[in-house]
Design a protein around this ligand. Structure first.
Ligand SMILES: Cc1cc2nc3c(=O)[nH]c(=O)nc-3n(C[C@H](O)[C@H](O)[C@H](O)COP(=O)(O)O)c2cc1C
Length: 344
């Protein structure tokens, strides 16, 4: 799983002058900030009032013709989860929240949403029930945890309410992590295996890449009777470093990294490496698919794809030969062999 921090949009929904909403938001943000830091979550407070969203004026559902829609879209796109601070107006959610929800479609998909409600006798809970019906249509996933504030004369200090706020954040962050594969799958290209998807790997993926390398290069160590293989020894920091300088592609399924390949230009050559597939899914064409994807991504100026492998890694060498690579003599002094193929 990626270690990218979870970004939580804390959305103040009421917009009327003198509204209580901003004070509730301030309380929540101050209360949960220390836990957010512990969980590696970033809180992004936004007030609907500051968005200048008119009543929905996009012609098409999910359209982005207007600047105000694009701004709102970018804010929601960047979020991994949402906490809505909502009052109850006439037994329902405020029109401002419904309007802000209606503006967007795919931006909401597979993100958890928690509610902090407030009101008189029912503490805003009918507003939340109303909102939950609507948000599930957008594939937002409402939390079970909730904070419901019965307003009297303002917001008196209340340790039980503070605890409920922290509990809400805990659940939101867990669900945001669990739903990340769902979000990635809807936002990325499909991969070669059913249910798989493809995306570039970044330094945030270093932990998964390190695990994949160690499990895959054990076979290489056995085949070549050598432990002098960088992929077996690299630290998390080493992996983070090279991920930031190579074009690396990963195939994922349900949050698991199934395979990867990296490539970059060296002179006129397109250097391909670290082709890896998890042991239980070998023999299904994933390695071949990744190799072709790496070649297809070659810099236009590159005339040759080049890679190297252990001189006794016969299985790898057979794959490369079948894809048009030729062994370049002589074998390297470190027991590696270089293979190359003309591009285009
Ligand atoms: C238009 C309107 C409708 C309201 N309807 C309800 C309601 O159905 N239930 C409730 O408990 N309070 C209701 N209230 C009282 C609100 O809970 C209270 O005014 C609260 O402060 C509103 O949130 P805000 O100050 O952030 O706008 C209503 C208030 C307004 C302005």
């Amino acid at each position: 799983m990626s270690t990218k921090p979870i970004r939580v949009l804390v959305l103040t929904c009421s917009t009327r002058p003198g509204a209580l909403g901003p004070a509730v938001s301030r309380w929540l943000t101050e209360t949960i900030a220390p836990r957010a830091a512990e969980l590696g979550a970033e809180l992004v407070p936004v007030a609907i009032d500051d968005l200048n969203l008119p009543f929905l004026d996009e012609e098409e559902p999910g359209g982005h013709r207007h600047e105000h829609t694009r701004r709102w879209s970018a804010i929601v796109d960047a979020a991994d989860g949402i906490i809505a601070i909502t009052p109850e107006y006439n037994y329902g959610m405020p029109a401002t929240l419904k309007n802000a929800l209606d503006y967007l479609t795919r931006e909401w998909t597979w993100k958890p949403i928690g509610f902090v409600s407030y009101g008189h006798t029912s503490a805003g809970t009918r507003s939340v029930q109303h909102a939950k019906q609507v948000v599930t249509t957008l594939r937002l996933v409402p939390l079970g945890a909730t904070v419901a504030i019965r307003i009297g004369d303002g917001l008196r200090p209340d340790p039980a309410r503070d605890e409920a706020g922290i509990g809400l954040l805990d659940e939101l962050v867990r669900l945001a992590h669990a739903l990340r594969p769902m979000r990635e799958r809807s936002a990325t290209a499909p991969g070669p295996l059913p249910g798989s998807y493809v995306r570039p790997l970044t330094s945030d993926d270093a932990s998964e890449v390190a695990v994949l390398q160690r499990c895959c290069w054990v076979d290489e160590a056995l085949a070549n009777d050598s432990l002098a293989i960088p992929a077996l020894h690299e630290s998390l920091e080493d992996v983070r470093d090279w991920l930031s300088t190579w074009h690396t592609t990963g195939v994922w399924r349900d949050g698991r990294l199934l395979g990867m390949v990296r490539a970059r230009r060296t002179g006129a050559d397109w250097h391909i490496g670290r082709l890896a597939v998890v042991p239980d899914l070998r023999g299904r064409g994933l390695g071949r698919w990744l190799l072709r994807a790496a070649e297809a991504a070659a810099d236009p100026g590159c005339r040759r794809a080049e890679l190297f492998t252990g001189a006794k890694s016969l299985h790898n060498i057979a794959l490369y030969h079948s894809e048009g690579y030729q062994t370049m003599p002589p074998a390297g002094p470190d027991g590696t062999t270089t293979l190359a193929k003309p591009l285009r």
